[in-house]
Design a protein around this ligand. Structure first.
Ligand SMILES: [Zn+2]
Ligand SMILES: [Zn+2]
Length: 307
């Protein structure tokens, strides 16, 4: 897709892979099979060999097969506790591996229901098994996320999303490479604003890869204003304002067909080429992989492909 030969790179790469890109509810079917119908799950394999899992929607099932058998510690960073972001966790193969270390970072330390939403659903009633019977060492971490990750040479910052019920977006940095994961976020919401637009621009400033909620189109408004999701046009503007290297439109509406996403992708190319913006833009697809590699004094090299 966008592989540039001859780049001066050093060190290992950070690999970002998309396993679930759909919002709200799984949406399998003939009209969604190319971009995919699984709900949010993104895997970041750091240059240092850490496995970070962003959200545990139904896409995590396929990721689990790939992580099974490794001996890496898995860190799950949850955006929030809505069903589409947690419902795949009981089918995540590593939780059935004896002794496998899995840290689930909470989204709200003061709210127990949200703290353990991934593990609490494995209760013998909502799911046939109970979490206490799992052989892995799967546990919620309520400590300082930034400090824990710094111990693995990974920089993590988080910021509150504009979304009903609250939650967090994350910016992950390693050796000059960076990725912001911002889903279920309404950049310009009505009423009270948790995080104003200027703060989003600061949070995303210069990021290599910006993954942002783009569930709606202008035609969806004003009916869905206040539902906690952004427009494609707003995500594009944020990428421009923040100087992102690559924008990935994410959390597609369950009713958005493959051909409609193709049309958005064509429009992306027209939009950014006419602005001479130094960035690439993709509608997220299951299986998309973006690899970053650090370059001294320059923006990270960005290559894309598929698993
Ligand atoms: Zn969602
Ligand atoms: Zn949500």
């Amino acid at each position: 897709m966008n592989t540039k030969p001859g780049l001066q790179v050093r060190g290992d790469s950070m690999k970002i892979t998309f396993y679930g890109v759909r919002g709200s509810i799984p949406s399998p079917g003939a009209n969604t099979c190319r971009y995919g119908g699984n709900t949010p799950c993104v895997h970041i394999e750091t240059a240092g060999g850490q496995d970070l899992v962003l959200d545990a929607g139904t896409g995590i099932r396929e990721l689990g097969k790939r992580l099974a058998g490794k001996d890496s510690m898995i860190s799950v960073l949850l955006s929030h506790g809505h069903w589409d972001h947690i419902q795949g966790y009981p089918f995540f193969m590593p939780i059935y591996e004896p002794g496998r270390l899995i840290h689930v970072y909470t989204t709200a330390a003061e709210n127990h229901n949200q703290i353990c939403s991934l593990i609490d659903q494995i209760d013998g009633a909502t799911f046939p098994l109970k979490a206490a019977d799992l052989p892995s060492r799967s546990k919620c971490i309520t400590g300082d996320l930034e400090a824990e990750m710094a111990g693995h040479n990974i920089g993590v910052r988080r910021i509150a999303i504009n979304h009903p019920g609250g939650g967090y977006a994350y910016r992950i940095e390693e050796d000059g490479m960076s990725c912001a994961y911002i889903t279920d976020n309404e950049l310009v919401p009505p009423g009270e604003v948790t995080t104003p637009y200027a703060d989003w621009v600061d949070f995303c400033a210069g990021v290599d890869v910006l993954i942002h909620d783009a569930q709606y189109l202008d035609a969806d408004m004003p009916y869905k204003h206040g539902w906690g999701h952004s427009l494609v046009s707003q995500a594009r503007q944020l990428a421009l304002d923040a100087g992102a290297g690559c924008l990935v439109l994410f959390h597609h509406d369950p009713d958005r067909t493959d051909s409609e996403l193709d049309a958005i992708q064509q429009d992306n190319e027209v939009f950014f080429s006419s602005r001479r913006a130094p960035l690439t833009c993709y509608c997220a697809t299951e299986g998309l992989r973006i690899a970053l590699a650090p370059r001294l004094g320059r923006r990270s090299a960005i290559t894309t492909g598929r698993i």
